[in-house]
Design a protein. Structure first.
Length: 261
């Protein structure tokens, strides 16, 4: 399938590792030039070098903290100055603390809201005029925790549910302005965060990591964990000319873990 992404420009936040790095890699493989955004400048540079070497595409790095209100505007300006256009924003930066609700502090909640929720909002607001110019796309990386309340994932569930609503709202505005807005809900993806979660389960249940992995897969009702490049494939499709009628679409990529309607 021809996705018609060659020589277009994407901004990917949270791009130094995990899902963000996988998405950026796949977009570059489809021919896009990419601006990588994250707080860890050293890791961001390593990821950029890897993408350049494997794809031959232009990659710039923009180390910053998207919790800072002015950061989003700076990211958009620097990307446009480097490439002369912006066709796609992939909002991915931000992770929320997983813990028993009564162990979570106001600071934990503020941090979760500051980066993932407010970061997505600010990046969307900052990039919107550039996307209107080229009839571009936003893909929000959200998460299946939006669908079901889980006691140890209260911050993440609340933020993700808000971002699904935000996706639909911006898609409604996008119909007027010619900008498509969609979302991908990853399930259990092989990242450092999943590894930490398995280790936490192992310690809490007095299991080794292999046993904890089997237990988690069984609890989720899935056969295996996903990979970052599989999320990248989903993002590339939603950003492409093959998905021009997808507006406000929310795609679960979770191996069938989500069974509710």
């Amino acid at each position: 399938m021809e996705l018609n992404l060659k020589d277009k420009v994407a901004i990917v936040t949270g791009a130094n590792r995990g899902i963000g790095a996988g998405v950026a890699q796949q977009l570059a493989l489809e021919g896009m030039n990419v601006a990588l955004v994250a707080r860890d400048a050293e890791k961001l540079g390593q990821t950029a070098d890897s993408i350049r070497q494997s794809t031959g595409r232009e990659v710039i790095t923009l180390p910053c903290d998207l919790r800072v209100p002015e950061a989003a505007t700076a990211v958009v300006e620097q990307t446009f100055n480097a490439f002369g256009r912006i066709d796609l924003l992939v909002n991915n930066a931000g992770a929320t603390r997983r813990a028993d609700f009564f162990d979570l502090t106001d600071e934990d909640w503020q941090d979760g809201l500051a980066l993932k929720l407010h970061g997505y909002v600010r990046m969307t607001r900052a990039v919107w005029p550039r996307l209107v110019e080229v009839q571009g796309t936003i893909v929000n990386i959200v998460g299946i925790g939006a669908w079901t309340g889980v006691g140890e994932f209260t911050i993440g569930g609340v933020v993700n549910a808000a971002l699904m609503n935000f996706t639909k709202a911006m898609a409604d505005i996008g119909k007027r302005d010619g900008v498509r807005v969609c979302a991908v809900n990853p399930g259990r993806i092989q990242t450092d965060r999943l590894t930490r979660n398995i280790q936490r389960i192992a310690e809490a249940s007095s299991l080794d990591t292999e046993e904890a992995t089997v237990l988690l897969l069984k609890e989720c009702g899935i056969k295996r964990f996903g990979t970052p490049d599989e999320i990248g494939h989903a993002v590339a499709f939603l950003a492409s000319g093959a998905a021009t009628f997808a507006q406000g679409a929310i795609l679960d990529v979770d191996g069938g873990e989500t069974r509710a309607i």
